[in-house]
Write a protein that binds this ligand. Structure first.
Ligand SMILES: Cc1cc2nc3c(=O)[nH]c(=O)nc-3n(C[C@H](O)[C@H](O)[C@H](O)COP(=O)(O)OP(=O)(O)OC[C@H]3O[C@@H](n4cnc5c(N)ncnc54)[C@H](O)[C@@H]3O)c2cc1C
Length: 392
């Protein structure tokens, strides 16, 4: 469903429709009541609870803007952004799980898959199959199209061999959108997108990373050894996988903008509550102007980050160009998340530096925003390219 041009033109960015507000409230309540009590334990264990994942599916959070005919909620991309923001406010690891399903996987399938493929795969994604998006390799991160994972044609199938690295959700996922090259000499024009099921022969989940932040979100290596994938699992055309990847990552960046905005809001919420309760020199520290000014600057940062992110998402739903705005959202929101989480730790003083309070985790979680789905330098390159008239 696309928002109308009039809606886009007349409403302030943060004014939500009745439907958007109700949706936001329901995700907020779910995050506070069901996720918050488990955040610390999941972070320490480095594992996301299975029962909570199941609740994501029951609530329809994994297929927010997928049409109802494919088992989805028939919502908007903007609603996915609201969900990611609300989840990140409580747990950025929970948010990225939902982000990958909506802004990367479903987005790619909706845009590039055939009607038969959508009918076959999307109801599974809505109904309980967690998904991953596998582009990066050890030797190809920012230079994503330098990948070496190779797909060789074999009758009515391709045989894929290679390794993918850093794949979010991989420990639990049942279905992977994976990029491989059918012709290394052709450069980016050899890249092709494939749907691969977890139990495919020749497909294995490798090492799980032990990370600084978003520890409950799994990040694993994928190992493909002569893995047979039917030709009917190619998404889009053979050799057009680079387009599938580039175009989905544009939306993906808005998702990370939302994750980082939510994280920053979460840190500000905690800092506000603590500053009003903690007493020094006989009064609440919130009564000192030095602390008030910190809180005010944090609030400006969060609002600016939210506005950039909502604008990019609303442009996308309106069918307008949003590439630069998406890069700005991710770039700025990830800076804000680091800055606001860092200031929140300071407002908590000594206890902010311990695991007994939630801001320490948000500070660690913030770092990933400047790295995945295109580092900050990659976002700056995208923005500069637009400014300079698309010069390479
Ligand atoms: C927790 C986590 C989850 C992830 N999830 C996924 C996932 O689900 N799917 C997936 O496909 N990938 C995933 N990634 C991979 C992620 O997208 C890459 O790590 C990221 O794109 C950076 O690539 P790299 O690590 O190879 O760093 P590099 O590309 O080696 O970059 C290293 C540094 O060099 C800089 N640099 C590189 N090239 C240039 C240049 N031309 N100009 C200026 N500076 C440059 C970068 O900005 C960076 O600071 C994940 C990574 C992590 C850590």
């Amino acid at each position: 469903m696309q928002a109308s041009e009039t809606q886009i033109a007349t409403a302030a960015l943060t004014v939500l429709s009745e439907e958007e507000r109700m949706f936001q409230d329901s995700v907020r309540q779910f995050a506070r009541e069901r996720i918050a009590p488990h955040v610390r334990a999941m972070d320490e264990a480095g594992v996301f609870r299975k029962d909570l994942l199941e609740e994501f599916f029951k609530l329809g959070l994994m297929s927010i803007d997928v049409p109802e005919e494919y088992g989805g909620q028939g919502g908007t991309f903007f609603q996915s952004i609201l969900a990611i923001e609300e989840l990140a406010r409580v747990d950025p690891a929970a948010a990225v799980i939902v982000d990958v399903s909506n802004t990367l996987f479903n987005n790619a399938i909706l845009r590039w898959a055939s009607v038969e493929q959508k009918r076959h795969w999307l109801p599974r994604v809505a109904g309980g199959t967690l998904v991953s998006y596998a582009l990066s390799e050890a030797g190809s991160g920012s230079d994503a199209f330098a990948m070496t994972t190779r797909a060789v044609e074999d009758g009515d199938a391709f045989r894929i061999t290679g390794r993918k690295l850093w794949i979010t959700n991989a420990a639990e996922a049942g279905l992977f959108l994976l990029f491989a090259t059918v012709n290394p000499e052709a450069g980016y024009k050899g890249i092709t997108a494939f749907l691969i099921e977890r139990d495919s022969p020749g497909f294995k989940i490798g090492k799980k990373e032990d990370k600084l932040g978003i520890r409950a979100s799994s990040t694993c290596e994928l190992i493909l050894d002569d893995c047979r994938v039917p030709k009917s699992n190619v998404v889009g055309e053979v050799g057009k996988g680079y387009k599938v990847a580039i175009e989905t990552l544009n939306e993906g960046r808005i998702g990370i903008g939302a994750q980082m905005t939510g994280l920053a809001q979460g840190a500000l919420d905690h800092a506000l509550a603590y500053a009003q309760q903690r007493k020094q020199f006989g009064k609440a520290i919130a009564e000192f102007q030095g602390v008030q000014f910190e809180l005010a600057e944090m609030a400006v940062d969060v609002e600016a980050s939210r506005l950039l992110t909502y604008n990019a998402a609303r442009l996308r739903d309106a069918g307008r160009p949003f590439l630069t705005e998406a890069a700005m959202s991710k770039y700025f929101a990830s800076q804000v998340a680091e800055r606001v989480a860092s200031r929140a730790v300071e407002i908590f003083g000594g206890v902010g530096f311990t695991k007994d309070y939630p801001v320490e985790k948000l500070y660690r979680d913030a770092k990933i925003g400047r790295i995945y789905e295109g580092t900050s330098n990659m976002q700056r390159m995208t923005i500069a390219k637009q400014l300079l008239g698309n010069r390479p």
